[in-house]
Design a protein around this ligand. Sequence first.
Ligand code: AMP
Ligand code: ZN
Length: 468
Amino acid sequence: MKIYNTMSKQKEEFIPLQDGKVSMYVCGPTVYNLIHIGNARPMIVFDTFRRYLEYKGFEVNYVSNFTDVDDKIIKKANEEGVNASVISERYIAECKKDMEGMNVKPATTHPLATQEIDGMIQMIQTLIDKGYAYAAADGTVYFRTRKFTGYGKLSHKNLDDLQAGHRDIQVTGDLKEDALDFVLWKPKKEGEPYWESPWCDGRPGWHIECSVMSKKYLGDEIDIHAGGEDLIFPHHENEIAQSEAANGVPFAKYWMHNGFLNINNQKMSKSLGNFFTVRDIQEKYDLQVLRFFMLSAHYRSPLNFSADLMEAAKNGLERITTAASTCKRQMEASVVESMTAEEQDAFAATDVYVQKFEAAMDDDANTADAVSAVFELVKYMNTNASASNSKEYLGKLYDRLQTLCDVLGIIVEAEEEILDADIEALIAERQAARKERNFARADEIRDELLAKGIVLEDTREGVKWKRA
Ligand code: AMP
Ligand code: ZN
């Protein structure tokens, strides 16, 4: 399997540090608002990559943090007149709901920056002891960038160019030794959350958070570190400097970065205001459609969001789920149990789609080509399966489709459709419950129906219902 490594700018053969095991860290969102679909892109593509690693038999330790202390969180908390933790806890809960809707598996660990402050203080102290960091007069601790010889190796930037870029923004009275130095710890400001430290009451810089959480949950050296390409510089460059200076070993073996989700060819971002939240999309589409849309492009390519592409994704996804439910119905109708010799050959003829799927995913997680292989399997099923086939043959085709879709995080399992008669029966039961003033049961039935997409309306003429 090959992975494009941002560090070497090449596709490299993936060889994990430990046989059969993969340690993977994906930088997570800053939680001050509902996530937008740009933030959803790394979640979906790296979840898919994780699923593929698991499909290949690797045991994956997948860590993705929540940045729960940050200027934007504090600003929002001040606007609402609440503690920063109220904001971060609220949006972590909302983010987890979105992840569930997009069928993104929970990470092995989702660490929170605010719960790891001791580790950050320790790492900063190590950096000071080794001469890689210093505390300025006001208690700010800076990383001594020029002391770390590999600085710029991920983003392929050279220090002198960076220095030139900094010249115009360097202000007099700056407490840094050098314009390139970046913050590890900063003093508290009025009304901000803070922690005690040897240097001042304050809070960590953003970059040190990931170095510490990665070290704690995955170790000093990890296999894969991932995130959006906007994180390459300075975030990941700074993480490398901190981790390698402190731990004395290479940090991550492979660096994977997803391209931007754009809108009108411009990066979707909170600050530009050109974003759709995952919730906005959910009003119109099942989030499976959003997931499928993301996977229709290669993760490193820019992807332009458009209504047309979402419609195309919806149709594509339907082709797959329809094939799955048709196959299921055929299985139910079939009267033959075991596969015939011809069916064995016919099933073996689908091996090629699995091979294509794997070859695509082995080639730097090319989900676009993997999706094409799934479509080929669907096409084959549409022409080579019917209720006159055996249950075993149909079952094997169904499982094959489901297995591949499961790697993509696409759910093919057709929802059990609720029959009109069942709805009527539940409505009658609800009316009876109400008569007995058992409102709890009546509400329960309403919710149960709602969960199945049935909306009840109490009218003068009685209860009416419709499928949402
Ligand atoms: P943030 O909360 O801005 O730190 O972003 C969380 C994750 O989403 C990071 O990995 C970002 O690189 C990624 N991200 C943010 N905006 C986009 C976008 N428009 N397209 C793709 N990834 C993005
Ligand atoms: Zn990070």
